[in-house]
Design a protein around this ligand. Structure first.
Ligand code: 26Q
Length: 806
């Protein structure tokens, strides 16, 4: 077949006409002078038009059928680009390609022109985005609620190998997908005082009020049949403009109230571990949670008259504790605004709210000082104390006692995890291991007091974006071999298993991988100047930079391998490219130092003629969702090497395996369940288990002894200490090396040798290419269970008790 031949579609001319129409009347640009961005806007409007009718129809159906709705409250929605998602979900790729070709444009260029909406830090935010896609695809009526940050996650660049953060500006050209809802502005108060009212009711007199205005983005499911809404809140001043100071010539003073109010939704907190002791963060949390609850209660009351029916029509999922003020706020709405007695209000809130925990790390569990709470949310602090007292009473009445470890308020601090647990009917972990550990550690006592409240919902990822869109070559091969429909029924990938032994199929599978690697090599060459050999093994670790994720162990192993290659240059070393991607929280000094170390080691290794062509390190700056979509399909090896017990689930691990990468990893998070599905023989597992880690710590772990026991590690640590990788500043990494020798909380030294040895097993496996590809096929074939559709069905059946409207 002529490769330029494309089947014509009756919809192509219509789409072309619509694009032309929008270019002229919505964008306001003549075709002759239109830039790539102008065309991208025109195409986006044309596609958006096609979503409107099913969007209205979905809403109409929910109301007509009086369906229960899910409200997913999340501080983060890491949605990335939306145009390709919409085109692919609507099934309009061929038509779009043709329409763009008509005006001399390339589909990938136009798609690639859209800035990422980086309204999240990492896994938790991306999970929320995958869940939106799955809820829409499954036809589960839902709203996502979050914040419309003016500036999403910072842009990362490297200056001499150090991370530099710059403000991100995704709204700069305007955002095509959102619609501002001026009717839906909600006043949100802060501070002030409380006076007693009738019965349990009180009156809160805030000292400050800001307006929350709603921006709606449609979220179309597969084939655009069902469309849910992502509603993001933006903060504005209640005062239009302060004319009085302006007229006096005090221009700064005149702008003040607007600036202060808008600060609330200005930036995303670039932190995924440590609790920022900042009042602004607490204000952000309350701002979007309160706006969302008032919005959904108003919607409920439009169609129902009895608030006691709330749990029948509404399920609220709290994405971590960030929106956990929802408990007290919902109770406040019921008690203070609607006269519901406190005990009934607590009951209703509990039946409506559900809480997902994403971390066990003590420093990442949110805690708010009660004096800060009293200052910003005085009524909520009263309610939290009352909720806590009520809970304590319940526990005693049942013949138990409750220690401070299970209280919502202790020693002048509000424990948001405990508060969320106490005010929710279901609390879930995000993988089996994580859920088990939750039951044994952070929530051990609350779990005994409320057996059955904790459930496990292992994460998943949307196969539409993370397979169908980002890997068109493999997707076409899948459809050719197992037929259509796998995009919404990912268990069908199982049908691929017999093909693993079919050499002709393996060749095609490998050709798809090879094409993805070539595409990535071209992209990385343009971005970093590095020339990559697509025949080399692409070994990738992409995620936030954190000590527990152990990018340090990865780069130390690369350095140890380099030493070994120089010692034994005649050995048949396989060619590898080690690719890193990820950002460090700006205040996280050790993570930033690890970035610098990776870049310093990269420079030394890449400059060595002796290992040239065999080992190369690449670290493209500003890793984001779009870069992930390019990297993941091109990976041969996926690095999932966290200290066991610390990665709640991981979701990148799933994306890689689905796209036919083999995993080297620890028995942590969802890796454990991946091994169960993939089979231990098709995944490279090494190192300490979660219980080994616990035992080693209890016995008194000595990192210096571990370093002594591994000559290869010892050599690398000494090289770092003597400035082999930082000749301009030999002391640069002394703090890092000291930490490794004397603390090493994340057990890099303890696992190093096992990791090194496992990497040599990977080398040997790579040498047998046919068998490697066979295992890669089996990885893809085994990953059906990790679709976020399966996860959402779990939430719908076991937590929300909602049904598909389809
Ligand atoms: C809290 C307080 C103040 C400022 C920031 C934060 C904050 C922000 C983001 C705390 C945590 C986060 C993000 C956490 C996160 O992404 N967790 C990841 O969630 C994924 C989805 O469940 C899991 O797969 C990962 O294992 C988990 O690390």
């Amino acid at each position: 077949m002529n490769e330029h031949f494309k089947p014509s579609s009756p919809r192509a001319p219509q789409l072309s006409a619509s694009i032309q129409h929008h270019l002229k009347f919505t964008v306001g640009e003549p075709a002759e002078s239109a830039s790539l961005s102008h065309w991208r806007f025109a195409l986006s409007y044309a596609i958006r038009d096609l979503i409107v009718a099913p969007w209205f129809e979905s809403e109409r159906r929910v109301l007509a059928e009086k369906r229960k709705r899910v409200y997913y409250l999340s501080m983060e929605f890491l949605i990335g680009r939306l145009l390709e998602d919409a085109v692919v979900n609507l099934g309009l790729e061929d038509e779009t390609r043709l329409a763009l070709e008509d005006v001399g444009l390339d589909y990938a260029d136009v798609i690639g022109d859209e800035p990422d909406a980086a309204l999240g830090n990492g896994g938790l935010g991306r999970l929320a985005a995958c869940f939106l896609d799955s809820m829409s695809t499954l036809g589960i009526p839902a709203f996502g609620y979050g914040i419309r940050y003016n500036h999403g996650l910072f842009k990362q660049r490297f200056a001499d190998g150090w991370q530099i953060e710059e403000a991100e500006d995704w709204l700069n050209q305007g955002h095509v997908w959102e619609l501002r809802r001026t009717q839906a502005a909600i006043p949100i108060g802060f501070g002030g005082h409380v006076t007693a009212g009738e019965g349990d009711a009180h009156v809160w007199h805030p000292s400050e009020t800001v307006l929350a205005s709603a921006y709606d983005t449609p979220s179309p499911g597969w084939r655009g049949v069902w469309v849910n809404t992502l509603r993001l809140w933006s903060a504005h001043s209640t005062v239009v403009f302060d004319l009085e100071p302006f007229n006096r010539g005090d221009f700064l003073g005149a702008a003040k109230s607007n600036v202060l109010a808008e600060t609330i939704s200005r930036v995303l907190y670039p932190d995924d571990t440590t609790v920022e002791g900042k009042r602004l963060r607490l204000k952000q949390e309350f701002f979007f949670t309160a706006a969302s609850l008032r919005d959904l209660v108003t919607r409920f009351l439009k169609h129902n008259d009895d608030l006691r029916a709330l749990p029948d029509k509404v399920a609220i999922q709290l994405n971590d504790t960030h929106p956990a003020i929802a408990g007290p706020e919902l109770i406040r709405i019921l008690v203070d605004d609607h006269g519901v007695p406190f005990d009934d209000a607590l009951d209703l809130a509990r039946q409506t709210l559900h809480y997902t925990n994403h971390t066990l790390m003590p420093e990442a569990l949110e805690k708010w000082p009660t004096d800060l709470m009293a200052e910003i949310l005085p009524r909520h602090l009263q309610l939290i104390e009352r909720i806590d007292a009520h809970h304590s009473g319940e526990v005693s009445a049942a013949g138990h006692t409750r220690s401070q470890a299970a209280a919502a308020v202790t020693d002048g601090v509000v424990q948001m995890g405990n508060l969320a647990f106490i005010t929710a009917s279901n609390v879930n972990g995000v993988s089996r291991l994580h859920t088990d550990l939750m039951r044994e550690t952070v929530f051990a006592e609350l779990n005994t007091l409320h057996p059955g409240r904790i459930s496990s919902q292992t994460n998943g990822v949307t196969p539409r974006r993370w397979l169908r869109s980002c890997n068109t070559g493999l997707s076409a091969l899948l459809t050719d071999s197992i037929g259509e429909g796998w995009e919404t029924d990912l268990d069908r990938l199982n049908d691929l298993k017999p093909f693993a032994d079919d050499a002709a199929f393996r060749e095609k599978f490998d050709a798809a991988k090879r094409a993805n690697k070539e595409r990535l090599a071209a992209y990385l060459q343009a971005k970093t100047g590095h020339i990559l050999d697509p025949d080399a093994m692409f070994d990738i670790q992409i995620k936030r930079i954190h000590e527990y994720k152990r990018q340090l162990m990865n780069v130390l192993e690369a350095a140890a391998l380099w030493n070994e290659m120089r010692r034994d240059p005649d050995k048949d070393w396989p060619a590898r490219v080690r690719i890193f991607g990820g950002k460090a929280a700006p205040g996280y000094e050790m993570a930033k130092l690890i970035i610098k170390l990776i870049n310093d080691i990269r420079q030394v290794i890449n400059a060595d003629p002796e290992t040239k062509g065999r080992l190369k390190i690449v670290y493209p700056p500003n890793y984001n969702v779009s870069m992930a979509e390019m990297l993941i399909p091109a990976a041969n090896l996926s690095e999932q090497i966290s200290t066991a017990g610390m990665e709640a689930s991981g979701t990148g691990n799933m994306k890689f395996a689905m796209n036919g990468a083999l995993t080297i990893g620890t028995l942590d998070g969802a890796n454990v369940e991946m091994r169960d599905h993939i089979g231990a023989e098709n995944i490279f597992i090494f190192g300490k288990t979660a219980s080994d880690v616990e035992r080693t710590r209890a016995e008194g772990y000595s990192p210096s002894a571990a370093i002594e026991a591994s000559p290869r590690l010892k050599e690398v640590v000494e090289q770092i200490e003597t400035g082999v990788f930082s000749p301009d500043d030999p002391a640069r990494f002394h703090s890092l090396a000291d930490n490794l020798r004397h603390h090493d909380w994340f057990m890099v030294a303890a696992d190093f040798q096992a990791y090194y040895d496992e990497q040599r097993i990977v080398d040997a496996a790579w040498a047998d290419q046919a068998d490697w590809v066979r295992r890669a096929v089996l990885n893809t074939a085994s990953m059906g269970w990790f679709s976020s559709d399966r996860t959402i069905r779990g939430y719908a059946d076991e937590i929300w008790h909602t049904q598909s409207a389809l």
